[in-house]
Design a protein around this ligand. Structure first.
Ligand code: SF4
Length: 91
């Protein structure tokens, strides 16, 4: 049986938190040679996760569109962090 969207959103958020280095020190994130700003992307995605945490705790039910938007945003942020050398290359 497929999980409901609230459970699926919590699972997705846990995967994102495990894969994205939110706690990396600024000296590691800010290298001065970024193609795109890792710092701003980490802040943006962290805020998105906090907002969903709040919505889920308030009993809101995300749509499948919400899930795929967060997954897509997270993949894009991950790709930039990978380019900037902050996460290990998947291949
Ligand atoms: S682009 Fe962003 S992450 Fe990169 S050095 Fe500048 S502030 Fe830091």
């Amino acid at each position: 049986m497929k999980p409901d969207t609230r459970t699926a959103m919590r699972q997705l958020m846990a995967q994102v938190r495990a894969a994205i280095p939110f706690d990396a020190p600024a000296a590691q994130v800010c290298t001065g040679t970024c193609a795109r700003c890792s710092m701003k992307l980490l802040e943006f995605l962290g805020t998105e996760l906090q907002a969903w945490e709040y919505h889920l705790d308030a009993g809101e039910k995300p749509t499948l569109g919400d899930l795929s938007r967060l997954a897509r945003t997270s993949r894009k942020v991950y790709a930039v962090l990978e380019r900037n050398g902050l996460v290990a290359c998947e291949s």
